[in-house]
Design a protein around this ligand. Structure first.
Ligand code: SF4
Length: 422
């Protein structure tokens, strides 16, 4: 979502006559679009602001803007704490940055009030000439107890299905082959009587986009209808990111996740039995307040049962302002680290085994360029959102979709060769 927002802001500024430069030292304006989801993300912004202060000393007219979630969370406090920050614009206000810089009436250097967002400014954005993001909804109404997002991104609001379909068709006309429909919780999308499965069905049948992804899902809202729609169209790529967070029902309840492990496993069973091939990924937190060793083992057991293709795994850290910040953060740090390390090890073993199951299969993959190591190999993304590396083939350009036979795999990457089409 932040990548999409940054691109929208960059494009707005370009339209207003600003020019992107390659290095910070050449810039007259530096914008940091920030994340608040973990303390570490905010610490990194403070570190970057420290580096930027050196540029500002050398170039006093340099303007510095902090926008997005951290700006929303801290507002005036951020501007007081870091005086060389000129503009602090929250999640509903960041697209007003050009007005603020130009001193347009009514604009202020710190703006964080909700309810000012103009959804027309949340335009679809090309990530590359061949792939793009379409934000279908913003904000979240869920209030999971550990999460700051609803406080910094506000209530959920959505674009109409017609807007999204027009946007996808415009992108397709410009050569985009793959789009990602974005929302904090796409499964709760509702605009008039169109829900997310219906939206996805319409995007698949009423647009010329050939590869459609979406993120992110909430297990309480992911319906069988959605899985059936995915099964009905080859254009909807078989990758589902479904955050589990914990395998313990007591911890899930304390997290405010509103589903049980049994419910989650039923969805997984339905997904696996209705999609011929699917890659399932997740988010997991260990060391949530009061998590016992037994409850942690329930998470390990759940991971073994589901067999994720990959996972984002974290040890719990307190986010001030959330409901969970009032809980006693009583799992010792060394226990959190031990639990996380064991979970990562288990997940890596499972990812390795999952990737071995891909060997011998042919995956239609979107070429993203040369591999990071050498121009003798190319990098592409499979339907299941995995990176595949294969020998460079002449005349193959970024954005091509090619069938790649998987010949080997480790826990993180697939290796393969292009299947010649007769
Ligand atoms: S669903 Fe929960 S974890 Fe996800 S953004 Fe909303 S509050 Fe945060």
């Amino acid at each position: 979502m932040n990548m999409a927002d940054s691109s929208i802001l960059a494009s707005t500024l370009t339209t207003r006559g600003y020019r992107r430069v390659g290095e910070e030292k050449d810039a007259d304006l530096i914008i940091l679009n920030t994340c608040s989801v973990r303390e570490k993300a905010e610490d990194r912004i403070y570190g970057r602001l420290g580096e930027i202060s050196k540029f500002k000393r050398r170039k006093p007219n340099l303007k510095v803007a902090v926008v997005g979630c951290m700006a929303q969370r801290l507002g005036e406090d951020l501007s007081n704490k870091v005086p060389h920050v000129d503009y602090v614009l929250g999640t509903d206000r960041l697209f007003e940055l050009p007005d603020v810089i130009e001193g347009i009436e009514g604009s202020q250097s710190v703006m964080t009030a909700f309810g000012h967002e103009n959804m027309d400014m949340i335009v679809p954005i090309k990530e590359t000439p061949y792939s793009g993001f379409i934000t279908i909804s913003r904000g979240c109404d869920n209030f999971c107890t550990y999460c700051i997002v609803p406080y910094v991104r506000g209530k959920e609001r959505a674009h109409s299905a017609d807007y999204i379909i027009n946007a996808a068709n415009e992108m397709a006309a410009e050569g985009v082959v793959e789009i990602t429909l974005l929302g904090q919780n796409v499964n709760s999308y509702l605009y008039e009587d169109v829900d997310f499965p219906e939206l996805l069905r319409r995007v698949a049948t009423e647009t010329d986009i050939s590869r459609i992804r979406y993120m992110t899902s909430h297990p309480k809202d992911l319906s069988r209808k959605l899985v059936d729609v995915m099964a009905s169209s080859d254009k909807i790529l078989p990758h589902i990111h479904l955050p589990l967070q914990s395998g313990s029902n007591r911890i899930l309840q304390k997290m405010g996740r509103i589903y049980t492990l049994e419910h989650y496993l039923k969805i997984i069973e339905y997904i696996k039995s209705h999609l011929e091939y699917v890659s399932i990924t997740t988010d997991l937190i260990v060391g949530f307040p009061s998590e016992t060793e037994d409850e942690y083992f329930q998470t390990l057991e759940a991971v073994e049962k589901v067999r994720y293709d990959s996972a984002f795994m974290f040890r719990y850290s307190v986010r001030p302002g959330t409901a969970a910040a009032k809980y006693d953060d009583d799992v010792p740090e060394e226990t959190k680290i031990r639990r996380l390390n064991r979970l990562i090890k288990l997940q890596q073993e499972i990812a390795y085994e999952q990737n071995q199951r891909e060997v011998g299969e042919v995956r239609n993959s979107l070429v993203e360029g040369f591999s990071r190591r050498s121009k003798e190999s190319m990098r592409a993304r499979t339907e299941g959102n995995k990176t595949v590396i294969f020998p460079t083939s002449e005349n193959l350009t970024e954005g091509s979709v090619v069938p790649v036979r998987i010949t080997a795999a480790d826990a993180f990457t697939l290796h393969g060769e292009i299947v010649e089409i007769s």
